[in-house]
Design a protein around this ligand. Sequence first.
Ligand SMILES: Nc1ncnc2c1ncn2[C@@H]1O[C@H](COP(=O)(O)OP(=O)(O)OP(=O)(O)O)[C@@H](O)[C@H]1O
Length: 608
Amino acid sequence: MRHSPASDTNRPGARNVGALMRLLGFTRPYLGRLVAALIALIVAAGSVLAFGQVIRVVVDSGLGTGSVEALNRSLVLFLAVVVLTAAAMMVRSYLLNWIGERVVADVRKAVFERALSLDVGFFETTRAGEIISRLTSDTALLQIVVGSTLAMSLRTSLLVIGGVIMLAVTSPGLTGLVLAGLPVVILPAWIIGRRVRRLSRASQDRIADVGAYVDEVIHGIRTVQAFCHEPIDSRRYGDQVEAAFSVAMRRSLSSATLSGVATLLTFGAIGVVLWMGGHQVLEGTLSGGELSAFLFYAIVVAGAVGSLSDLVGQLLRGAGASERLMELLEVQPAILPPERPQQLPKQAQGRIDLEGLRFVYPSRPGTAALDGLRLVVEPGERLALVGPSGAGKSTLFQLLLRFYDPNIGVIRFDGVDIRQVDPHALRSRIALVPQDPVIFGANAWENIRYGLDSVSDADVRKAAEAAHAADFLDRLPNGFDTYLGERGVRLSGGERQRIAIARTILRNPALLLLDEATSALDAESERLVQDALETLMQGRTSIVIAHRLATVRNADRILVIDQGRIVASGRHEELMREGGLYARLASLQFHEPESAVRPDLRPVAGQA
Ligand SMILES: Nc1ncnc2c1ncn2[C@@H]1O[C@H](COP(=O)(O)OP(=O)(O)OP(=O)(O)O)[C@@H](O)[C@H]1O
């Protein structure tokens, strides 16, 4: 099942509630703590309600009888209830927060693990930012919902129900009055509350816009400065900040109005109760203690009802967030290991067999990226792929690594259909050196080792030496310990390639997939990279997307690919003699001094 992620987190409804229920499934391992937390929650809510009775006792028995001893006794009772309430609240708060944090940690790990297991096709249709926002802001929202909102809603509901019962017990007459007047208090608060919620959401969205803009500008700072784009960015950013400010101010105004109106109505209503209750006390139909208790319950219920609408809003937001997360958890990878994976031969050879391969990218159903490819690559063979842009060369690499499965045809690696093999087993025998290798935010040791934790420092150094990377790494401020990557030392194109080559040497793959850099390196760097590649290719099968004359000259065989088909194959000299597409491409593509290409094959105006 493939999902295209929903972006609306606030849509209430059955699916949201369902997602929230699935989220609750994550609390199952912590059932014991959950039950303890619920007990603490009920005790805390109960003891808050008990306060009303304690107040009644203090007023009627303590103050009303005029006995010091009775007052002392009632205060001891008061203290006992205070201690019980405080202890229950503490336990509730700790346990629920613990569960909230735990569930969020578990959800984060589960979602990340799922994201890592998905096929590359998924990442083509889903923006990285979308997944990151799910892992960070959605899980943060969940933490609040699981750790507090759910509990607060339960507690508030208990308080409302319990409070109304206690009101009725204390004075049925006054309760009827309060219930009749309740809509007058709740309705305006509810209407303004909705507006506040809508504006908070809008304000969050504006802030997210501001964040996204900063991210884009900072990442592209070189382009921004090179094009003197600063004043424009500054102005656009300023506009966005002002937009965020203006929404925030509208929200603040509504929320200030809400608290003013709520205070006015609640206390006004309490004034009315006090006035009517006071009359009943004067008439002797109600005791002072009962009136105090009644007021206490009225305040508790009013406060609880007031916060319920907020809590429901938060719950819905949390439900939206959990829906987004659960959706990601349910995506099934398109590339899965078979149930009973076949083993590759123990001794890797690096033989490849492509049989009638046809592949269409799911997002481009109209055109075949590869069409009827038939090919055998012998162990140790050096194959160069040449073809115009968009011919399907990188696509072939993607299929060999089983990032996609072909629509028709079979790929065999050392005689075994790669669909019958665990993708990890297959990929551990293949190494890809991309055009622009990724350098991670770690030191050189980690960058070269990249997951092969058992490899010793001495072996890492040996690999770096073979890749001609040791010299420049040693010259860095802290040698191999220097932090590389985006926030560390920036490396030149040739240096990055040599690190990638060292990384590959350590892996000792049977098949090497190499996408040569299109950008020309300076002569010295070029020689070092070529030299390192030469070492790397010794004794393994290699398929190279060729952009260098030296590569095609040294290749055992060159395949010319055009529009997903093999249109010619042979050695450099043969293909040059044939003329045709290869000769034309050779003159255009290979980064070599002009004199290295036959003069008659230099691009002719209009021919490209
Ligand atoms: N992920 C993708 N989704 C849809 N179409 C794709 C995808 N990747 C490549 N294509 C299309 O498939 C065709 C073959 O692309 P491919 O990247 O294999 O070409 P290439 O020979 O490697 O080109 P270049 O030398 O420019 O890298 C092109 O038409 C390209 O637009």
